[in-house]
Ligand binder design. Structure first.
Ligand SMILES: Nc1ncnc2c1ncn2[C@@H]1O[C@H](COP(=O)(O)OP(=O)(O)OP(=O)(O)O)[C@@H](O)[C@H]1O
Length: 435
């Protein structure tokens, strides 16, 4: 899931179009190039011209402007929403990016180091450059730094651009989940993206499981002062385990959305992460945050991990410096955690371990009803009756909910066929598994 998210961010097709970078852009780039070329060797006339035509700003990855900038500067939003044109972005080296047309696809802007990204705002060219790793560690204490240049520097354009990114971010944020990952230095959290909304009532689990987790989280979040007055870390830990596709990640996303919590994705095997950096990360989570360690069973014994068992245990305890921290770890199997059983699964670290399993009849029925809830061709009573038929032929404890979701998606406009072909599909799937 972590890698899926990263792929989504790093490789999703940005809405790119390299045509039509206006005259201002070309002249500004030329000036910048000449300025870099002559540097300080000649009287800085070009530099003067560059400065007067350009407004610049440095943003650290821990600044709130960084978050708003990344979430709003994507392939569609800036240009579309602000001046009726799609945002045109290209890397500064002139390479054409894939998908050379303005599209409405979801796109996330995550600039590569040392590459100029340009797009238009109020007919000015905005250039964003992420600084190189070396510079980052020296001058910024490990935080990524982005330089933003807007040219020509019409009065107030930078302020209006910042305000526009903020407004756009605010309007998107309420309906999404903020997701952070460890920054390059692993000391701080960097904003990653606004994840899609997921409602709790679209998650179908065995009776009582969802209600139990949501109830515990709700009570925990309400009792801040109780923890505080007793000087106990305001921390709650869950381990969700079970086969792939049973809804572990989706449930966490829905809980984050429901309680308006930010998700911090933590990869224990990430490069250069060690115990002390892990400690800093835990202490710097955003107010009201979920820490999500996915696939802990696989990450624990990863050869690239420098985290010791002691470091991990400390991380699971959360930090006394932060308010309301919910740690979720997910695993397909608890076997690799056996050696740590007593130390990990105790109050203050992982308070509760919960198994999410394959679909039973009740889960399949409620998935079916929710999937076809907007079906116009059938009455509510008919949908209910069809869901009974569907679930009655289900082979229990055989399919993940992801598997069933995939099946239903093939029939999203033919609810009756989804019922009539279900038994046959299950037979085929069983044969495929054994062959
Ligand atoms: N219990 C469920 N209720 C509704 N949808 C579900 C459920 N379980 C899985 N899904 C659907 O299946 C897909 C995959 O689910 P998810 O990624 O949450 O599974 P997972 O248990 O985290 O898998 P993995 O162990 O492989 O990370 C999602 O698109 C989600 O909509």
């Amino acid at each position: 899931m972590i890698s899926a998210l990263k792929d989504n961010v790093l490789h999703s097709p940005l809405a790119m179009n390299v045509a039509q970078i206006g005259q201002f852009y070309i002249s500004t780039q030329l000036l910048q190039f000449l300025h870099n070329l002559v540097g300080e060797k000649v009287p800085d006339v070009l530099g003067y011209m560059w400065r007067t035509r350009t407004k610049t700003l440095s943003i650290r990855s821990t600044d709130s402007t960084y978050t708003t900038m990344l979430s709003s500067v994507d392939g569609t939003s800036m240009g579309d929403d602000l001046d009726g044109e799609p945002a045109y972005m290209e890397p500064g080296d002139g390479t054409e990016l894939p998908n050379n047309k303005a599209v409405n696809a979801q796109a996330y802007f995550n600039p590569a180091t040392g590459v100029n990204y340009n797009f238009t705002f109020e007919k000015c060219t905005v250039t964003i450059i992420r600084e190189g790793d070396k510079d980052m560690s020296k001058s910024s204490g490990g935080k990524s730094v982005y330089r933003v240049a807007i040219s020509p520097a019409t009065p107030g354009v930078m302020e209006r651009w910042i305000e526009a990114t903020r407004e756009m971010y605010q309007s998107q944020k309420d309906d999404r989940v903020e997701i952070y990952i460890a920054g390059q230095s692993n000391y701080y959290w960097d904003f990653l993206l606004l994840g899609d909304r997921r409602d709790l009532d679209t998650i179908h689990l065995a009776a009582g499981v969802k209600e139990n987790i949501v109830g515990m989280a709700s009570k925990f979040l309400r009792r801040r002062s109780d923890y505080h007055s007793r000087q106990i870390n305001h921390h709650l830990g869950f381990c969700l385990y079970g086969p792939p596709g049973t809804g572990k990640t989706t449930l966490i996303r829905a809980i984050a959305y429901h309680f308006k919590l930010k998700i911090h994705l933590l990869s224990l095997s990430s490069r250069d992460l060690n115990d002390s950096r892990l400690h800093s990360l835990m202490a710097s989570t955003k107010e009201g945050g979920i820490i999500l360690i996915e696939d802990i069973d696989k990450q624990l014994n990863s050869s690239s991990s420098e985290i010791t068992a002691a470091g991990l245990l400390q991380a699971l305890e959360g930090s006394a410096n932060t308010a309301a921290q919910i740690v979720f770890v997910t695993a397909n199997s608890l076997e690799p955690l056996k050696p740590y059983e007593d130390t990990v699964f105790r109050h203050g670290r992982i308070d509760k371990k919960i198994r999410l399993g394959y679909a039973d009849k009740t889960m399949a029925k409620s998935l079916f009803c929710s999937f076809f809830s907007s079906c116009k061709s059938e009455t509510a009573d008919d949908i209910e009756a069809l869901s009974e038929q569907f679930s009655s032929v289900l082979l229990e404890d055989t399919w993940s909910m992801a598997h069933l979701e995939g099946y239903l998606l093939q029939y999203d406009d033919d609810i009756r066929k989804a019922v009539s072909e279900f038994a046959g599909w299950q037979e085929e799937q069983k044969k495929e598994r054994t062959s």
